[in-house]
Design a protein around this ligand. Structure first.
Ligand code: GLY
Length: 360
């Protein structure tokens, strides 16, 4: 088992990375909590596959288990679905001393975490991420949120889990599209911080080979996330590096109503678009874009910007939470493979960083 500790001023918690750990969560929690009431929040797809295993583990450790299942997908990350979660928590008579477990990908984790942060002014919660994206990124670092019609994650909080249990075995059930989706975030870590991740990804011939090596890959990503979150818990400095590709990515996701492109696909488009432009501008070392295109395509991710209305995209980018108040945006750009930096760009100039000049 690999254990990574997240050490913050006001909270320390551990990430446990172990194959088969889903079956042992009950025993682990039993020694830590007095309460024997757990509410598992999941989605219908993940619930069908893994809720029973988790429930059995909790029941045999003496917990009483209630569960809430939401429809899968980004469309569920809304105030309406959250209201339904609160209603169920009330119906189950959930108390402050009880525990929420989030079992699912990024959507479930963000929504369940936000419910935990706000219900009764905050109750403890555990993250059990079941997608690559959630295992390497969203389950760690305490960002919890729901979307509003005006954009992603516009209502949220920083609220850390008590622990994160990562069981790489659950990834075998990911279909090819959601495997690629998660690999986009892994590729992001490689480009912003650690090119050895990309070397590994380039050397592995198939999805199966990646899954056979996924523990090491997850560990590397989680260690990068640990460093950035410990340095900058509130996302005001270095942590913003994790948003590489996300500025345009979020706009693409929203423009297509969260249906056409998954988060990872949209981030891949965002990473490729900005790197292509910054390389042309001389900010990024030559050859970086071609290497990125090669890796993204190897993992069946899109690299071309879709046909979207640029003004609408820039409007939604301006509302992105990373905008600063004085009309500038913190864009993450690469200097070279494995090295990112933050660049402050005035909102009217953002287009130049993301879109090719079609007049040339
Ligand atoms: N997912 C980006 C962050 O946690 O900062």
């Amino acid at each position: 088992m690999n254990i990574i500790s997240i050490n913050l001023k006001e909270k320390c918690y551990k990430i446990y990375i172990e194959r088969g750990s889903l079956k042992c969560i009950g025993e682990k929690l039993k020694s830590v909590y007095k309460s024997r009431n757990v509410v598992v929040i999941t989605d219908c797809n993940v619930g069908k596959l893994y809720l029973n295993t988790l429930r059995e583990s909790l029941l045999s450790a003496g917990f009483k288990v209630n569960s809430i299942s939401i429809p899968p997908g980004e469309k569920s990350k809304t105030l309406d679905v959250l209201k339904g979660v609160y209603e169920n928590l009330c119906k189950f008579n959930t108390r402050r001393s009880d525990i929420i477990i989030s079992l699912g990908g990024g959507v479930v984790g963000d929504l369940a975490g936000f419910a935990a942060a706000t219900y009764l002014r905050g109750i403890r919660y555990i993250q059990v991420p079941t997608s690559i994206l959630a295992q390497v990124d969203s389950s760690i670092g305490g960002k919890v949120a729901v979307d509003l019609p005006w954009g992603k994650n516009l209502v949220g909080s920083f609220y850390h889990p008590d622990a994160v249990f990562i069981d790489p075995e659950v990834l075998v059930s990911l279909n090819d599209r959601f495997f690629s989706d998660g690999m986009s975030e892994v590729i992001k870590y490689g480009f912003i911080r650690d090119k050895s991740i990309l070397e590994t990804l380039a050397s592995l011939p198939s999805k199966n080979d990646v899954l056979n090596n996924i523990e090491d890959i997850i560990c590397k990503c989680c260690n990068i996330k640990k460093q950035l979150v410990e340095m900058d818990e509130r996302d005001l400095g270095d942590r913003m590096m994790l948003n590489f590709g996300h500025t345009l990515g979020h706009a693409v996701e929203k423009y297509y109503n969260y249906v056409k492109y998954s988060h990872g696909e949209a981030v891949a488009i965002g990473m490729a678009a900005i790197t292509r432009r910054t390389e042309e501008m001389g900010i990024t070392k030559s050859g970086t874009y071609d290497y990125m295109k090669y890796i993204l395509e190897k993992y069946v991710l899109p690299t071309c910007i879709p046909d979207l209305n640029r003004e609408a995209a820039v409007d939604s980018i301006a509302l992105d939470k990373k905008s600063s108040s004085n009309g500038t945006l913190n864009l993450i750009v690469l200097e070279e493979v494995g090295k990112a930096r933050i660049m402050k760009v005035k909102i009217p100039q953002v287009q130049e960083f993301l879109f090719l000049d079609e007049t040339k």
